[in-house]
Ligand binder design. Structure first.
Ligand code: ADP
Ligand code: ASP
Ligand code: MG
Length: 479
């Protein structure tokens, strides 16, 4: 059976990281018959190749023509460090460099076109942002082969078929399963380890799409499902899924076991450790998912399972999602009028904005929902058009938005049927003088979300995190 291993940006961030990664692949190949590697673009923090590509194209759009060559030089420097640090055979080194430089040349050409046209389509944006993965897999595959582990770079445009919703495309499952097996099985049968680009895919016509920022995790899950993999492992730069973002709260700890529901809630509400769409393919095929640290591989990390033990105290993790807008549709005339909610969300859907959280007051006098700050203007315009009549007759009095706000979410399947958790959470926030603007608890009871002012994010996260620490035994198995 096969194992899919995805290595994130820092895991392929430079020559040293790629050496670690190659060592891990070989270590696990020793007792696993087949490993399929999925890799991100190089991403040694703080410089991430995907960001460089996107920022470069944005600068070209903004008329900063000199920025195109500056970015191209940075891209060459990052990839040269890996190529020169890893590949010893001059012929191989030159061949890989030529391939990488060809992508960078294409980046320059596309940016020049964007600069001249004064516009960038989402399709062009995907063609550009996906080059990071196309470059990194070529270096990693050549390096593994040099070490005696036959490997081949594979562009996921040959595997994953999607719709044409550029920048956040959705895979077409049957075609993807077929193409993935057709392309990868022959390689695996020949003992060659495929090194597949994360993040990118293609339409049925072969036009490059991407699965959304951070989407390489999703790529791994899609490929895992297509190949009926035994497990999917996400290798990153922290010891698994933690009780909160360790960069923000240093006392964060690894959560050894999480349920599919818990990790979905965490990822959806902003925990960057996993792309929110990753869970569905593995959940549907019952494939266990592990999250491990490339730079601390002996740490067990986290495993995601169908059902897990509830955490003591109910809350396992807390997460925050920032730069949001709280939109309210308000009016006494809404009471009991059928269809207001449906029309509200139809108007929102027309803008293709995604709503992260919804609440409605019980008297039906207002509907509030939260969405990304940058979409608020368009959404308000759409709502004002939809309810023009009602606004004129004052059945709806106001449609307004408040920003920047954040959603802070406490997650834990053990919260279900455990009275008092919400009370403890609200008391802790109240004691810290955090004003709660809206509240939502999903019917799955996997999480409670509160909307707070952006200024209160850190305090809210810390106070909820304290509740986790207070109720967790300090045993050695919980790291
Ligand atoms: P990769 O490039 O490996 O995909 P990402 O930067 O996308 O890595 O995701 C890993 C990062 O997610 C970590 O470095 C960490 O700062 C951040 N993070 C945020 N919330 C959490 C959490 N609850 N648990 C673990 N990491 C988290
Ligand atoms: N490289 C892509 C990004 O930065 C995908 C990923 O890292 O998962 O968004
Ligand atoms: Mg990621």
């Amino acid at each position: 059976m096969s194992l899919v291993m995805k290595f994130g940006g820092t895991s392929v961030g430079g020559a040293a990281a790629m050496r670690e990664t190659a060592g891990l692949i070989e270590k696990f190949l020793a007792d696993e018959s087949e490993i399929i590697v999925v890799a991100s673009g190089m991403g040694s923090k703080p410089i991430k190749v995907t960001d460089l590509l996107l920022n470069g194209s944005q600068a070209a759009l903004d008329g900063q023509i000199e920025q195109i060559e500056t970015t191209a030089n940075q891209l060459r420097a990052i990839h040269d460090e890996a190529i020169d640090g890893l590949l010893t055979d001059p012929a191989v080194r030159d061949a890989v460099r030529a391939e990488v430089y060809a992508f960078i040349e294409r980046f320059v050409e596309l940016c020049k076109a964007i600069n001249v046209l004064g516009e960038i389509s989402l399709r062009a944006s995907d063609a550009i942002s996906g080059m990071g993965e196309q470059m990194s897999v070529r270096i990693l595959a050549a390096y593994l082969t040099q070490r005696g582990t036959p490997a081949e770079a594979v562009d996921a445009t040959d595997l994953i078929v999607t719709d044409d919703f550029f920048t956040s495309a959705t895979p077409l499952i049957a075609q993807t399963n077929q193409k993935t097996n057709d392309r990868l099985r022959p390689l695996l049968e020949r003992g060659i380890t495929p090194i597949v680009t994360g993040f990118i895919a293609a339409t049925a016509e072969g036009v490059t799409t991407t699965l959304g920022r951070g989407g390489s995790d999703y790529s791994a899950a899609i490929i895992g499902r297509a190949l009926h993999a035994r497990e999917v492992w996400i290798w990153t730069d922290v010891d698994g899924v933690m009780s909160t973002d360790p960069r923000v709260v240093p006392t964060a700890r690894t959560i050894p076991t999480l349920t599919y529901g818990e990790i979905s809630e965490l990822a959806y509400y902003g925990a960057k450790v996993l792309h929110p769409r990753t869970m569905r393919p593995v959940m549907e095929s019952g494939i266990p998912l592990r999250i491990k640290n490339t730079f601390n591989p002996d740490h067990p990390g986290s495993v995601i399972v169908a059902n897990g033990a509830p955490a003591d105290g109910g809350i396992k993790a807390v997460t925050a999602i920032k730069a949001l807008s709280l939109v309210t549709v308000e009016g006494r005339g809404m009471m009991g009028v059928p269809g207001v909610a449906a029309r509200t969300f139809k108007a929102v859907a027309e803008t293709r904005s995604s709503v992260l959280m919804i609440t409605q007051s019980s008297s039906e006098q207002s509907i509030c929902f939260v969405l990304p700050e940058e979409t608020a203007g368009e959404v308000l315009a759409s709502l004002n058009a939809e309810f023009a009549e009602e606004l004129k007759h004052r059945d709806i009095e106001k449609i307004w938005s408040l920003q920047p706000v954040a959603i802070v979410t406490a997650v834990g399947a053990g919260m279900r049927g455990m009275p008092g958790i919400a009370g403890r959470l609200f008391s802790a926030l109240g004691a810290a003088e955090v004003n709660i603007m809206a509240i939502a608890q999903g019917s799955s009871e996997c999480g409670i979300s509160v909307v707070v002012d952006s200024e209160d994010i850190s305090v809210a996260v810390e106070k909820i995190h304290d509740l986790i620490l207070d109720h967790r035994p300090q045993t050695s198995d919980i790291r």
